[in-house]
Write a protein that binds this ligand. Structure first.
Ligand code: NAP
Length: 486
C-alpha cells in the first residue's frame, strides 16, 4: 500500500454505526479485510454480534416515526447533497473499491458514477410519491389511496459492487422515508462505511441508516429478521442464500425484495453486426472481471457466424492485461477469493473434459493474488456445467444454434431469469425475441442494461422486486386506502 492508500483507509470509520454513533462491537472483536490482489490485510473492522444487529434495528425503529414525518423535499435534498459529495470524492470511493474488491480503478470509477446516480435519481423521485382520489362506482363513498413508508428495512448487499448495490437500496429507502440497517459483505465493508459517513455529513439524521459489519452474517441477521419491528428485507446476493432468507422472512410476513443470481444468455443472430456483437460481448462478459449477476454466461451464436464471432472474441479476450487493479494499463483484476477462482477453474476443466476447445486462457495465473486468465471456450457441449451454473469469472463459453426458435429455447432453458442479450439488425425479430425471453431485462444490441432510471430485476430464480426507475421507490412504500362516506 502507498501512503495515500493507507491514509485513505485510515480515514474510513471501521466501527458499527448505530443510532448515529460509531462504536465497537460488543465483545470488541474485529476481523481482517483483505486485498484480493495480494492477499494482504488492508485493515480490520468491528465484528458485530447478533445483539449488535438487534441494537441497530432498535435504533432504526426508534428513528422511523420522525423520519417518516420529514418533508419529502428535505429527504430529497439529503440525497442530492450525498450525490454531490460521492461525486466529488469519486477517487476515494474508486480506490477503496479497487483495494478491497480488486476491480481496476477505471471500472471502480465507473461504479462510482453508476452508484452515485441512484442518489440523484431518488432525490428526484422523493417528491413524486402520489396517491389517488376516486368516486366509488355506487357514488356513496370516496376512495382515497395514499403511499406511506414501509418502515424499518434490513438491507444485505454482496461484495461485487460495494457501492452501487448499497445506493440502489439506500436511495429509494431515504426517498420513501424508511429507516435502515445495512449489512455489507465482510469481504468489502470499507466502501459502505465510507458511504455511511458521507451520508451522515450530508445531513442524514441519527438512526436512519445503521451499519453492521460481521463475519457471522447468518447469526447476526436471523434475530433481526425475526424481530416484529422489522418491516422489510431487501437482499442482493446468491440464489441459495436468497431462498433461505425468503423462508426466514415468512415468520413476520415481511415485504421482500430479492436481487439474486443470473445465467445470462447472449444471442448473436446471423444478421448481427459481428464487430458490434464482439464489443457488446466484451462488456457483458468482462464488466467487473465477470463477477456480475448480469454477466453473459452463455454465448449462443448462429452457426453461420460462430467461427468469426468466436475468433474475434478470443483475440480481444487474449489481448487483455491481467494484474493489480491499481496499476496503469491493467484491464482485469483478481477474483475475490482463492475459492472463487478454484470454482471458476473447475467449470473450465469440466467443459474441456466434455469436449470444449480452449481458444484463449483456461488457466490460473501463478503467483500472489487470485488472478485468472480471460478465457474463451468453443464447441461447449450442452451438458457442460458452465452452461447451467453462474460462472462469476472471466470465462466465455460459446455454443451454436441453427434457428431463432432454437436460440430462444436454449436461452430460456435455465431456472434463472435476470437478463438476456440479443444482437440482431432485424427489427421484427427484436420484438419477437424480447417478448419470448423469460428474463426481467433484455438488452438489444448492447452489452449493458444497468441504468438507474430503469427497473433492474429478475424473474424465476433470479428473484423479484425492482431497483431503480420509477418502480424502485414502490418497493419501500405501502398503499393505504381510506374510504370516506359522503
Ligand atoms: P452471497 O454469498 O449470497 O452473499 C450476499 C450477502 O449475503 C453478503 O452480505 C453475505 O455476507 C450475506 N449472507 C450470506 N449468507 C447469509 C445468511 N445466511 N443470512 C444473512 N446474510 C447472509 O453472495 P455473494 O457471493 O456475496 O454475491 C454473489 C451473488 O450475488 C451472485 O450470485 C450474483 O449473481 C448475485 N448478485 C445479484 C445481483 C442482482 O442485482 N440480481 C447483483 C449483484 C450480485 P458475508 O459474505 O459477509 O457472509
Amino acid at each position: 500500500m502507498t501512503i495515500t492508500q493507507k491514509s485513505l483507509i485510515d480515514a474510513v470509520p471501521t466501527g458499527l454505526l448505530i443510532g448515529g454513533t460509531w462504536r465497537e462491537a460488543s465483545g470488541a472483536a474485529r476481523f481482517d479485510v483483505h486485498d484480493p490482489a495480494t492477499g494482504g490485510t488492508l485493515t480490520t473492522c468491528a465484528d458485530a454480534t447478533p445483539e449488535d444487529a438487534v441494537a441497530a434495528l432498535a435504533a432504526a425503529a426508534e428513528a422511523q416515526p420522525a423520519w417518516a414525518a420529514t418533508a419529502p423535499r428535505d429527504r430529497g435534498e439529503i440525497l442530492r447533497t450525498a450525490f454531490e459529495a460521492v461525486t466529488a470524492r469519486a477517487d476515494e470511493f474508486a480506490m477503496l473499491m479497487t483495494l478491497e474488491m480488486g476491480k481496476t480503478l477505471a471500472e471502480a470509477r465507473g461504479e462510482v458514477t453508476y452508484g452515485a446516480e441512484f442518489l440523484r435519481w431518488f432525490s428526484e423521485e422523493a417528491v413524486r410519491v402520489r396517491g389517488q382520489y376516486a368516486v366509488a362506482p355506487n357514488g356513496a363513498t370516496r376512495l382515497l389511496t395514499m403511499r406511506q413508508p414501509v418502515g424499518p428495512t434490513l438491507m444485505i448487499t454482496p461484495w461485487n459492487f460495494p457501492l452501487a448495490m448499497g445506493t440502489r437500496k439506500i436511495g429509494p429507502a431515504v426517498a420513501a422515508g424508511c429507516t435502515m440497517v445495512i449489512k455489507p459483505a465482510a469481504e468489502t465493508p470499507l466502501t459502505m462505511l465510507h458511504l455511511a459517513q458521507v451520508l451522515q455529513e450530508s445531513g442524514l439524521p441519527a438512526g436512519v441508516l445503521n451499519v453492521i459489519t460481521t463475519t457471522d452474517s447468518a447469526g447476526a441477521c436471523a434475530p433481526v429478521i425475526r424481530d416484529p419491528r422489522l418491516r422489510k428485507l431487501t437482499f442482493t446476493g446468491s440464489t441459495a442464500v436468497g431462498k433461505k432468507l425468503v423462508e426466514q422472512s415468512a415468520e413476520q410476513l415481511l415485504r421482500v425484495s430479492m436481487e439474486l443470481g443470473g445465467n445470462a444468455p447472449f444471442l448473436v443472430f446471423e444478421d448481427a453486426d459481428i464487430d458490434a456483437a464482439v464489443d457488446g460481448a466484451m462488456l457483458a462478459k468482462m464488466r467487473n472481471i465477470g463477477e456480475a449477476c448480469t454477466a453473459a454466461n452463455r454465448f449462443f451464436v448462429h452457426e453461420s457466424v460462430a467461427e468469426e464471432f468466436t475468433r474475434k472474441l478470443a483475440a480481444r479476450m487474449g489481448a487483455l492485461t491481467v494484474g493489480k487493479g491499481t496499476k496503469k494499463g491493467v484491464d482485469v483484476g483478481p477474483l475475490i477469493t482463492d475459492k472463487a477462482r478454484a470454482d471458476v477453474h473447475a467449470l473450465v476443466e469440466d467443459a474441456v473434459g466434455r469436449g470444449a476447445r480452449v481458444l484463449t486462457g483456461g488457466a490460473v495465473v501463478p503467483g500472489r493474488g487470485h488472478f485468472y486468465e480471460p478465457t474463451v471456450l468453443a464447441d461447449v457441449p450442452d451438458d457442460a456445467r458452465c452452461l447451467t451454473e453462474e460462472i462469476f469469472g472471466p470465462v466465455a463459453p460459446v455454443a451454436t444454434f441453427a434457428d431463432e426458435a432454437e436460440a430462444v429455447a436454449r436461452a430460456n432453458a435455465t431456472e434463472y431469469g435476470l437478463v438476456g442479450y440479443v444482437y440482431t439488425r432485424d427489427n421484427a425479430r427484436v420484438l419477437r425475441v424480447a417478448e419470448a425471453l423469460e428474463f426481467g431485462m433484455v438488452g438489444i444490441n448492447t452489452g449493458i442494461v444497468s441504468n438507474p432510471a430503469a427497473p433492474f430485476g429478475g424473474v424465476k430464480h433470479s428473484g423479484f422486486g425492482r431497483e431503480g426507475g420509477a418502480e424502485g421507490i414502490e418497493e419501500y412504500l405501502e398503499v393505504k386506502y381510506v374510504g370516506i362516506a359522503t
